[in-house]
Design a protein around this ligand. Structure first.
Ligand SMILES: [Zn+2]
Length: 393
């Protein structure tokens, strides 16, 4: 059901992650969130970083905020995004983590490529027993963020198949069994999160479009199965809260996972069937490739378009953001349009200041178009000329 975006025309948000403050030196590691929050040094840094993430989004003027993925470690290529679940769920041997196998999940980068480091950082616990929710504690982390802001906090999680592809397994006999076990456990966790009051839950990176784009031919691990996995992971959730499906082409170390711009086209029919209220598409970095097809094919959900590129340090101007939105409005009605960054801003590749001004531009650009349409705007405090420190007289 629509909650966070209900009755909001062209709301703005980001995907999830924000660059870490340099002073946020604590890492959660394999501890449970509640265990770590007992330690005063961790709690102070976590809550301060969380407050900074939320405040920057509020000052920029976003309608829907995130916790900046505050739980994740300062690690190579943002690997925590994938490794957080196996390091906190039941059924994994955390004492003896193993490097992922070569080409696990079908991705390989030769030594000499920056993403080879990302692959070498896939040191994951192995599956040794039945998978359960364990200590994911998504509801607790959501509440820690939501109690600091009146804006809706969007809480995101990696999809089960990405966890399943990255780990070694001594328990399940087949990959689909492994994926569905993680999916079932995540579904329980997400219900707990919805029951805690989270008004937007985002599933990040179902492999529907990635397998379709790679022409990955497999009778079992294919885009149709990935659709079933997505719908199983969010089963029953939309009766309680708003569900988003985030799709992009990757962002470890702010890199594309593929050398060239990829097309969503082969996956759009299936993506229109995800059990979600909102679906996101990377658009800015592909120069609006597929925008028309997205508008034509995605008919049942709100469509969230990326108008900010997470790969580049050049901050988009409000005018550039407005151009993306005007193009989107030609194929997606304003009541079904949501604006965001293409993907997360990441923790290691971009400075906090770049991320902040990208968010300010997103809001300013959206305001330009809202004014053209006669819609009410709330100006970005981050761009309010009243507060310049420069002397005007
Ligand atoms: Zn993404």
């Amino acid at each position: 059901m629509l909650r966070a975006t209900k009755d909001v025309v062209m709301p703005t948000t980001i995907t999830g992650s924000l660059p870490r403050p340099s002073w946020y030196t604590e890492n959660l590691g394999n501890r449970s969130f509640l265990d770590a929050m007992v330690i005063s040094r961790f709690r102070e840094q976590y809550v301060d970083a969380l407050s900074a993430y939320l405040r920057e989004q509020e000052v920029a003027g976003l309608d829907i905020v995130t916790d900046g993925d505050c739980r994740f470690n300062q690690d190579i290529g943002g690997q925590s995004w994938t490794s957080y679940p196996p390091n906190h769920m039941e059924g994994f041997d955390r004492d003896r983590p193993k490097l992922a196998a070569v080409n696990a999940g079908g991705i390989g980068f030769p030594r000499g490529h920056i993403l080879h480091d990302y692959l070498e950082a896939r040191v994951m616990p192995k599956i040794v027993g039945p998978i359960g929710r364990g200590e994911l504690q998504y509801a607790e982390m959501f509440k820690a963020a939501q109690r600091l802001t009146e804006k809706p906090v969007k809480f995101g999680t990696v999809t089960p198949e990405l966890v399943a592809f990255a780990v070694q397994d001594e328990y399940y006999k087949t990959i689909p069994e492994r994926i569905m076990a993680i999916s079932d456990a995540l579904n329980q966790e997400l219900h707990d999160l919805a029951d805690a009051g989270c008004s937007v839950i985002q599933l990040e990176e179902p492999q529907i479009h990635l397998l379709a784009a790679r022409n990955y031919v497999d009778t079992v691990i294919n885009p149709q199965f990935m659709l079933e996995v997505f719908n199983n992971t969010v089963k029953g959730l939309r009766a309680k809260t708003e569900v988003w499906c985030h799709t992009c082409w990757g962002n470890p170390s702010q890199q594309r996972m593929f050398g060239s711009v990829q097309s969503y086209k082969p996956a759009l029919e299936l993506l229109n069937k995800v059990d979600a209220d909102v679906i996101t598409f990377e658009m800015k970095s592909s120069n609006l490739l597929d925008l028309e097809d997205v508008g034509k094919t995605i008919t049942d959900m709100k469509v969230c378009i990326g108008a900010i590129d997470h790969h580049t340090l050049q901050v988009e101007t409000p005018g550039e953001v407005a151009d993306v939105i005007r193009a989107a409005l030609k194929v997606i009605p304003a009541e079904r349009l949501v604006l965001s960054s293409d993907c997360g801003m990441g923790r290691e590749g971009m400075s906090r200041r770049h991320a902040f001004y990208k968010m300010v531009s997103l809001v300013q650009g959206t305001n330009i178009v809202k004014k053209e349409l006669g819609l009410p705007v709330k100006e970005s405090m981050g761009a309010d000329p009243k507060f310049t420190l420069l002397r005007t007289k």
